[in-house]
Design a binder for this molecule. Structure first.
Ligand code: C2E
Ligand code: MG
Ligand code: MG
Length: 690
């Protein structure tokens, strides 16, 4: 794998991390680079600036050459050695290298020439040239100067000198090369010296840099105290200031990251890290989870603001209850929307029990916030370290297992973890898994229990009841799987399957003219499904069952828990003709006023009253009361769990219209139900039986 760009190269990797230059190294490098740049600038600028001077020097050179030639020739002429002119020219040429010397007579006849081979200017040019004592003629790169040779006041002839200077670029390159070599050698010698000087000069800064790097979060000393340097001191004070401010900001950010803003308690993150630290330290500790029961309802009813304030009150009460029961070492945190964690290192089981009972009681006291009074209850699950778990995460899991147990009615809101709970929890999750699969595989079917009109004994309808037929043939009753399906959020899917089964079965009977209505049980959780009403319409439309022949049963307890919601969802169905029954009536501690506002057509008297008719002396009175009320409201009554003829007779006498129970038939699978209906002999109840 290639090493990442910003990671140091590994041993196996070819590239070594580049060593970064220190401060002094950088200063030395800057000095060397500056020297080079300065030299470069000089090399470029010098020839430009020196251009005029160079031209001047060339003029001087060519005129001096011509003057010298003319002067020497003049001396020769005056001495009468005119014939030696060629020798003279030769001798002078040696002294004026790279040039060309020539001497002419008074008629411009060439007498002698020597030096490099170059063309002579035209006669007219030469004539012009000798007239000007400073005259220079340039052709190509070559410069010419000519002077008259005058001896004894008489013109003997002319001297011409010319030369072509070496190209300037060549000279420049040569100079620059030499210069560069000298400069490099010089810098090579001087650079270490600069480096040492820079190191020395920057020592206070590098020392400071090291101190800042080595400084850890706990070091509260001020950098400014460590230096009296006039330049550094203000800088250090500024650094100290920035450091302090960033520390404070960091502290604030940490507090926000680890504190729950609603209750001001440590949040889940902080609680879990404390839990881990406690576990790592060893020793005994109890962890309890406090879970508020149905807190969602508080949110829905009073809104999130009131719910938040209530949570803060609960937090305070938990703390107060714990300290009142003598638990000194306590760490409390909010670990979920409606959950608190209570960590009690070193506590005994008795003190934890006392603490949780007190906390449960304290939480259940009425809470008054912003003019609202509300009540919440809490369940507590606790686990003990190191007996129940070795790590924080596991201890939390065990406490959750205990919490699940605490939520069961029998536990009265407080439970401690033990292995059997875990086994049960595992069996439960297996069952949950199987339920999911079973639902996908269509293992849930409806069975049908007939409903009979007491007076005539004729069949008037049936109630569809769900059954789980496991692959091994075992039949699971709804009392087991309905609550799980509700918990897992699968009840909507299951309910839809039963609804379709029931509607298709009833539509089939109806076509054959054998029976009329079908009743289907509806869980209040199904109301959470926005598609609920739509799914009922679809079942009716697709099966062809008239809406008047479908009856939906809602338990009394579900109906009174939120009557407005039930009414809101049920009205459209009822307007379409669907009938509504209140199931298990008599068990839901009804507020009768609320019940009568609901759009119900049928009361189903709970089977416990029917069963108690012969054993409990109060039962007949209760049943009579329910029947009287139903009659007054003009509603139909169905008695559940009719097992004997005596019960049927009694119920008929008390004006109950319909019965359902083993006396007529147990719930039957669809095909058996058909056979039952075909062979059915009506069994009317006897109003006058003793
Ligand atoms: P429920 O709606 O009150 O149904 C009546 C229960 O009484 C049924 O139990 C039925 O088998 C039983 N039963 C009928 N006649 C007699 C009798 O003569 N004696 C006795 N001892 N029991 C009798 P089941 O089928 O076990 O259903 C239990 C409960 O589960 C139902 O009570 C209903 O509340 C719920 N349930 C059943 N199917 C569904 C369903 O598809 N959806 C929903 N949400 N709940 C269902
Ligand atoms: Mg029912
Ligand atoms: Mg019932």
């Amino acid at each position: 794998m290639p090493a990442k760009k910003d990671q140091p190269a590994t041993k196996g990797g070819a590239r070594k991390p580049r060593k970064r230059l220190g401060l002094a190294g950088r200063v030395a490098m800057i000095a060397v680079a500056a020297a080079f740049v300065a030299a470069l600038a000089q090399w470029v600028v010098t020839p430009i600036l020196a251009q005029g001077e160079i031209r001047n020097q060339r003029h001087i050179a060519v005129t001096s050459g011509a003057n010298l030639l003319a002067d020497v020739a003049r001396v020769h002429a005056e001495a009468g050695h005119w014939a030696e002119i060629p020798t003279l020219v030769n001798a002078l040429s040696n002294g004026l290298p790279e040039g060309q010397s020539a001497v002419f007579d008074a008629n411009w006849k060439l007498l002698a020439i020597d030096g490099v081979d170059a063309p002579l200017p035209a006669r007219a040019t030469l004539d012009e040239l000798v007239k000007d004592p400073n005259g220079i003629f340039k052709t190509g790169e070559r410069f010419y100067a000519a002077r008259p040779i005058i001896a004894h006041g008489e013109a003997f002839g002319y001297a011409l000198y010319s030369f072509e200077p070496r190209p300037f670029v060549n000279t420049w390159i040569m100079v620059v090369t030499l210069n560069a070599i000298v400069l490099s050698l010089f810098l090579l010698v001087i650079a270490p010296l600069i480096y040492r000087l820079a190191r020395h000069a920057l020592k206070p800064v590098t020392d400071l840099e090291r101190r800042i790097r080595q400084r850890d979060a706990k070091d509260k000393s001020k950098l400014a105290d460590s230096s009296d340097d006039r330049l550094l001191k203000p800088l250090l004070t500024a650094i100290d200031d920035v450091h302090e401010r960033s520390e404070a900001a960091m502290r604030r950010a940490l507090a926000l990251a680890y504190t729950d803003p609603v209750t001001r308690l440590p949040n889940r993150l902080r609680f879990l890290s404390r839990l881990d630290a406690t576990m790592a330290a060893g020793g005994e500790a109890y962890l309890a989870i406090c879970d508020l029961d149905r807190f969602r309802q508080v949110n829905v009813t009073f809104g999130p603001r009131v719910a938040d304030l209530a949570l803060a009150v609960v937090g305070e009460r938990l703390r107060a209850a714990a300290s009142a029961t003598g638990i000194t070492s306590l760490f409390l945190g909010r670990i979920g929307a409606d959950q608190f964690g209570i960590l009690m290192p070193g506590a005994t089981q008795d003190s934890v029990k006392a603490c949780l009972s007190a906390a449960r009681e304290a939480v259940s006291e009425a809470i008054s916030v912003e003019g609202h009074t509300l009540r919440v209850t809490a369940s507590f699950g606790a686990a003990r370290a190191p007996q129940d778990a070795q790590s924080g995460g596991d201890l939390l899991k065990q406490a959750e297992v205990a919490l699940k147990e605490a939520k069961r009615e029998a536990s009265r809101g407080i439970a401690f973890f033990d292995q059997s709970l875990l086994d049960r929890a595992r069996a439960q999750s297996r069952l949950e898994e199987e339920l999911r699969d079973g639902l996908d595989r269509g293992e849930f079917v409806a069975v049908f229990q007939p409903k009979v009109k007491f007076e005539t004994g004729e069949l008037v309808g049936a109630e569809a009841l769900a059954r789980w037929r496991r692959p091994d043939g075992a039949i699971v009753s709804p009392g087991v799987f309905i609550p799980i399906a509700e918990d897992l959020g699968l009840i909507a899917k299951l309910g839809k399957q039963v609804m379709r089964d029931a509607c298709f079965a009833a539509a089939g009977w109806n076509r054959r003219g054998i029976i009329s209505s079908v009743a289907v049980n509806v869980s209040p959780h199904q109301f959470d499904d926005p598609d609920f009403v739509g799914s009922v319409y679809r079942a009716l439309d697709e099966s062809g069952l008239p809406a008047e022949l479908l009856e939906l049963e809602i338990t009394e307890s579900a109906a009174v828990a939120d009557p407005d919601r039930v009414a809101r969802i049920m009205w459209p169905l009822r307007n379409r003709g669907v009938r509504l029954a209140i199931d298990d009536f008599g068990t839901g501690h009804s507020n009768f006023a609320a019940i009568t506002r609901l759009p119900f057509d049928v009361f189903k008297i709970d089977q416990q009253f029917v069963r108690a008719l012969s054993t409990d002396p109060h039962a007949p009175a209760i049943v009579e009361m329910i029947l009287a009320m139903a009659e007054a409201l003009g509603q139909e009554t169905v008695a559940e769990g009719v097992e004997t003829k005596e019960q049927a007779d009694f119920l008929l006498r008390r004006a109950c219209t319909i019965g359902q129970g083993y006396y007529y038939s147990p719930p039957l699978p669809a095909d058996e139900f058909d056979a039952f209906v075909r062979s059915y002999r009506p069994r009317p109840a006897d109003r006058f039986a003793a």
